[in-house]
Write a protein that binds this ligand. Structure first.
Ligand code: SME
Length: 151
């Protein structure tokens, strides 16, 4: 299965996100939680259908909070090998040990973040990062094509 092609061939932004979340979740056994937060105003917002894993209370995260907020604000992928050592970390589940946040960028604007948690310490490799950045780029292409349709 080519997840990038799958994402790009979805007719709507909503379906592209669902396809990305399901496809990424299935990639690796240590991807325990996968979600896409969309930036609405200055708030990262998570819809019910846009994550796979345990439910989280943190469905709205301001840009100045959490690893998600930091990744969006800095427009940089953040790989956190030990979440307990990062003061920015907002805990969604006590079992999580490591996290990666990949901003979804259209030109130089952040439209959301792809967020993954793992129960394995230092789970996310350089290959994972590259692949997840390609997923974010495929999502950005759909967003551009969809004419910035609101999710
Ligand atoms: N850990 C994130 C919050 C979102 S949960 O992982 C689903 C953060 O620190 O921003």
């Amino acid at each position: 299965m080519d997840i990038f092609k799958d994402i790009r061939s979805q007719p709507t932004w909503d379906l592209a996100i669902r396809t990305a979340v399901a496809g990424v979740k299935a990639m690796k056994p240590y991807y325990d939680w996968v979600g896409v937060y969309m930036l609405e105003g200055d708030m990262l917002t998570l819809r019910d259908e846009h994550y796979s894993g345990l439910p989280t209370e943190h469905t709205r995260i301001p840009l100045d909070s959490g690893i998600c907020g930091a990744g969006a604000a800095e427009k940089e992928t953040l790989v956190i090998d030990d979440v307990s050592a990062d003061p920015r970390y907002i805990a969604c589940s006590l079992t999580v040990k490591s996290e990666i946040v990949v901003p979804i960028m259209v030109a130089d604007r952040v439209i959301g973040v792809l967020d993954l948690d793992s129960d394995t310490p230092a789970a996310f490799t350089a290959d994972d990062r590259r692949e997840l950045e390609q997923v974010a780029a495929a999502l950005a292409q759909v967003w551009e094509r969809a004419g910035n349709e609101k999710p």
